[in-house]
Design a protein around this ligand. Structure first.
Ligand code: DGL
Length: 282
């Protein structure tokens, strides 16, 4: 596959934005995209057959990501959004090198927002084990500001709690504080929610941490980055477009789809089932 990026032309503009995540959590990014860019159509692929990615090796997540990108290109995606922090952390450079349209991950937009938000220069990052072990957030944050202090922590219990729908429970509050309390004690003033599931815990975290800690949500900032990219590449859908959302999963939906749909108040319509392994990786 060549590295040549597809130029923006009138036919290109109405094509969908291809979005993927390891599962349902990336719908937080879709929600932010739908709010910001209602004229854009979105094709979302959630790899529910192989979720979670957060405990898997980088090479496995890279292979999965390239297979999914191949499917999104077949769906005519005009740009690809990696709505998964783990895949953004370990597979973004492989995707960028292999995919002939621009690829946007969630790490850079989240890091930029954190740099803009911090007053003390001490930023906390939470995410899956793979995301935190990759050091991707530290690298990007330091490339933006070499003086920045970063304290990162993997929070592997949060994804299962969210998928269980335990968004407002005393046990969830306790686990959040077990993970995040030490970061607060160390003096962070900004916390990057470095996992696509975590925006669903935003209310609980805001309640627990109060307004001394600024929460940075990768979903909203990723949507802003996609908006800027579409303008830059002259790929904005015409204003007359009624943007649509097509959701495809690799395994039949479970209760988490209902939980996410209710929490986000997102109309996902009829869900398709797709097999990404039928696609040769790029
Ligand atoms: N989507 C993943 C992320 O944002 C969380 C779920 C998983 O471990 O696959 O890191």
């Amino acid at each position: 596959m060549s590295n040549e990026k597809v130029p923006g032309g009138s036919a290109e503009k109405s094509k969908p934005i291809g979005v993927f995540d390891s599962g349902i959590g990336g719908l937080t990014v879709v929600n932010a995209l739908r709010t910001l860019l209602p004229n854009e159509s979105i094709f979302y692929l959630g790899d529910t057959a192989r979720v979670p990615y957060g405990g898997k090796s980088a090479s496995t997540v890279q292979r999965y990501s390239l297979e999914i990108a191949a499917l999104l290109l077949e769906e005519d995606a005009k740009t690809v959004v990696v709505a998964c922090n783990t895949a953004s952390a370990v597979a973004l450079s492989q995707l960028t090198a292999s995919v002939p349209v621009t690829v946007t991950g969630v790490i850079l937009p989240g890091a930029q927002a954190a740099i803009a938000a911090t007053r003390t220069g001490h930023v906390g990052v939470i995410g899956t084990r793979a995301t935190i072990n990759s050091g991707a957030y530290e690298r990007v944050l330091r490339s933006l500001d070499s003086e920045i202090r970063v304290t990162a922590r993997a929070c592997p219990l949060l994804v299962p709690l969210i998928e269980e729908g335990w968004l407002e429970r005393p046990i969830t509050d306790q686990i959040i504080m077990q993970y995040v309390g030490p970061l607060v004690d160390e003096g962070i003033d900004t916390l990057v929610l470095g996992c696509t599931h975590y925006p669903l815990l935003r209310n609980a975290m805001a309640r627990l941490l109060g307004d001394t800690i600024t929460l940075v949500d990768s979903a909203e900032n990723c949507a802003n980055a996609v908006h800027e990219l579409l303008i830059r590449e002259n790929l904005r859908a015409p204003e007359t477009n009624a943007g649509s959302l097509q959701v495809a999963l690799t395994d039949p939906p479970d209760s988490f789809l209902r939980i996410a749909r209710e929490a986000l108040q997102l109309d996902v319509g009829e869900v398709q089932l797709r097999d990404v392994t039928a696609h040769a990786p790029l």
